[in-house]
Design a protein around this ligand. Structure first.
Ligand SMILES: Nc1ncnc2c1ncn2[C@@H]1O[C@H](COP(=O)(O)OP(=O)(O)OP(=O)(O)O)[C@@H](O)[C@H]1O
Length: 276
């Protein structure tokens, strides 16, 4: 069951981000707030450059916000990184070309100092979970793009992260492979009970994979609209035929393509999806 927002989930409170590079100052985020209770699945959607990746990178301790607070499981992103409670999967997740899939998937465990036997056991378990059994001894170049992304997800899962931070993980894949992987990810999320924060450009992917879809306004990004997706966690491809799916699509499309910069009405947050 979901716990109190902020205590053990992902918490973004009044976060602002200003990038400075020489003379150039870019205000990427202003007053962003979002609470994702542990065990929930959430997506960030918004126009290109609105700051989605920045928000994810703040949670992943890659960049520090210039104002506000970000918490991962109730601790700072730096503490969460040290405790290895989250894993990041991105569109460009790279496999080392000279290592076979098993060795690539073992990489995170190797860095964490896990012994060889346990490493192999956990990597094989993750490979099976993502449906790549039989490809342990293949090189990345021998796999399709979709299979390489599955391997990247397997590598992320070996450390049994409580939080999966995913930045356009299926962005480079064709529509059919992408949808197949969406439903495989749903199965994995249920099996692992991980909390998901996904950055995507696809409205339908956001609906399929989320309890909560947060829409960001164009730069400087802020969270302008939150839609709760009431499909529960038992989801199949049939959800796309549900009239409610179309209603969510239409609501999100309106939220995304409203007048630039104009504040959008907030969806009434449910107790489990409170928007600070
Ligand atoms: N390291 C950086 N240094 C300077 N500016 C940056 C940096 N990273 C991002 N930005 C700027 O911050 C803004 C938000 O970028 P970000 O990548 O977070 O957006 P995004 O919504 O993820 O975009 P996209 O959907 O195109 O991937 C952009 O204007 C971008 O140019």
């Amino acid at each position: 069951m979901a716990s109190q927002p902020g205590e053990s989930g992902l918490s973004i409170r009044d976060v602002g981000m200003v990038y400075r590079r020489g003379e150039q100052v870019t205000t990427a985020l202003v007053g962003c707030s979002l609470e994702i209770p542990e065990g929930n699945w959430a997506s960030l959607i918004g126009a290109s450059g609105c700051g989605k990746s920045t928000l994810l990178r703040i949670l992943a301790d890659i960049v520090r916000p210039t104002s506000g607070t970000a918490l991962v499981g109730g601790v700072t992103p730096a503490e969460a990184r040290a405790a290895r409670t989250f894993a990041l999967v991105s569109q460009q997740s790279t496999m080392l070309p000279w290592r076979k899939i098993l060795a690539n998937v073992e990489l995170g465990l190797e860095v964490a100092g896990v012994d060889k036997v346990e490493r192999k056991r956990r990597a094989e378990e993750a490979i099976e979970l993502v449906g790549l059994k039989g490809f342990e001894q293949a090189f990345p170049s021998e796999l399709s793009g979709g299979m390489r992304q599955r391997a990247a997800i397997a590598r992320a899962l070996t450390l049994k992260p409580r939080f999966l931070l995913m930045d356009e993980p299926f962005g480079a894949l064709d529509e059919i492979t992408r949808e197949k992987l969406n439903f495989e990810l749903l199965r994995i999320l249920k099996e692992t009970s991980a909390t998901l924060l996904l950055v995507t450009h696809s409205i339908s992917e956001a609906i399929i994979l989320s309890d909560t879809v947060a829409v960001m306004s164009p730069r400087p990004g802020r969270i302008s609209h939150v839609v709760d997706i009431g499909f529960g966690h038992e989801r199949t491809g049939a959800m796309r035929d549900d009239p409610q799916f179309g209603a969510y699509e239409s609501e999100l499309r309106h939220a995304l393509h409203g007048p630039a910069g104009a504040p959008r009405p907030m969806a009434t947050p449910s107790p489990s999806h409170a928007l600070a």
